[in-house]
Design a protein around this ligand. Structure first.
Ligand code: F0G
Length: 357
């Protein structure tokens, strides 16, 4: 039997907007085309029934985060350029994604991780995909400095977002938001860590506006965690701290471009506290059936903050980006919701008793 195989992945879908040619080898794991889910319960819970709220579920990418959008392009270009090995510093998701795409491409992958600050699932992924994992006695910012230095002296390709192809791939998420809504949102709320993704979305929205595909572009509202809010404070933070380990970054690599995105879009970069992040994280699970990782919930936490201080109007069309899958961080999920897991006798009477039936 003959099949007509329709190729999947972002490069095939958006190649006209990406820096690829017909001879670029395409390394894909079927990334992109993630759901944009309408929220009905949260607007009511927030007392804003006229709010038009959508969640972009980036945790449904093949390795469970938005990083796959940039990685398909970065790894494809690395193969095109003859690379044999790639390297990244990571708070976890970049390493999981790099490891998976590198394996698919037959490249060696090195990952530098801040020891003790990478969620269990992300570490498990990098191990499973066969990367060489190097935990360092330092934070993400130090790991990225080391990666930059190493790349100057050794034949390895850096696949952090300082690699120009990463953000080009990630901008496709903005295209998808527009396609799902048939217009641009009024506001895009997004977590900010190393500050690459906010720039990527802005590039995508700007391009669609320039091409006349949309009439306007959304305001970009980025949210750092308070304990690592370098951009908000206007200076690097030496020892960043937050429950959102994915965004525990004190000196964002894309700082300047992120500020430009905020200014050009007339948006705002603000911070949210760990308590606000956790409240939003729990709300997504209990009200919408969405399990994202804690850092991802910074987008909703930020929206709630900006609705209550009037920065975002209550009747706006808003997309919150949920950057990563909650399954990556089972420890935090278990810690933040206390449940009794004592086993009961395996008989009907005992069940009826505990279920209060
Ligand atoms: N959300 C998640 C789940 C992330 O993993 C990251 C970044 C961000 C948000 C912030 O995105 O850096 O583009 O501003 N994670 C990187 C990593 C740093 O190594 O996985 P950003």
């Amino acid at each position: 039997m003959q099949t007509t195989y329709k190729k999947s992945g972002l490069i095939e879908k958006y190649r006209q907007y990406l820096p690829v040619s017909a001879s670029t080898p395409v390394i894909t794991l079927g990334e992109g085309n993630t759901p944009l889910l309408q929220s009905f319960n949260i607007p009511k819970m927030l007392g804003c029934p006229t709010l038009d709220l959508f969640f972009k579920l980036e945790g449904l990418n093949p390795t469970g985060s938005f990083k796959d959008r940039g990685m398909t392009l970065a790894i494809s270009k690395a193969v095109e350029e003859g690379a044999k090995a790639v390297i990244c510093a990571s708070t976890g998701n970049t390493s999981a994604s790099a490891a998976a795409f590198a394996t698919k491409a037959g490249l060696k992958c090195y990952v530098l991780l801040p020891h003790g600050y990478v969620a269990l699932g992300k570490l498990a992924q990098a191990i499973h995909y066969g990367a060489q994992i190097i935990p360092i006695k330092g934070n993400f910012d130090r790991a990225l400095e080391l990666v930059r230095e190493l790349a100057e002296h050794t034949p390895v390709t850096v696949v952090n977002s300082i690699n120009p192809y990463r953000l080009e791939g990630q901008k496709t998420a903005a295209f998808e938001v527009v396609e799902h809504l048939s217009r641009q949102p009024d506001y895009l709320c997004i977590p900010v860590g190393n500050a690459g993704n906010i720039c990527a979305y802005w590039r995508g929205f700007k391009l669609y506006r320039e091409l006349g595909i949309t009439a306007a572009a959304p305001r970009m509202h980025g949210f750092e965690a308070e304990g690592s809010a370098a951009i908000v404070r206007g200076e690097p933070i030496k020892n960043p701290e937050t429950i959102g380990t994915a965004i525990r970054i004190g000196n964002p690599a894309s700082w300047q471009e992120a500020v430009r995105a905020q200014q050009e879009s007339k948006g705002k970069i603000d911070s949210v506290t760990d308590d606000e992040i956790l409240a939003a994280y729990k709300m997504l699970g209990s009200a919408e059936g969405i399990f994202c990782e804690p850092s991802s919930a910074a987008s909703l936490a930020g929206l709630i903050k900006h609705l209550s201080d009037g920065t975002i109007p209550q009747n706006a069309l808003v997309t919150c980006v949920l950057t990563g899958n909650g399954l990556k961080d089972p420890d935090t999920a278990q810690k933040v919701t206390a449940v009794d897991l004592t086993p009961v006798e395996a008989d009907l009477a005992s069940l009826k008793k505990v279920m209060a039936l």
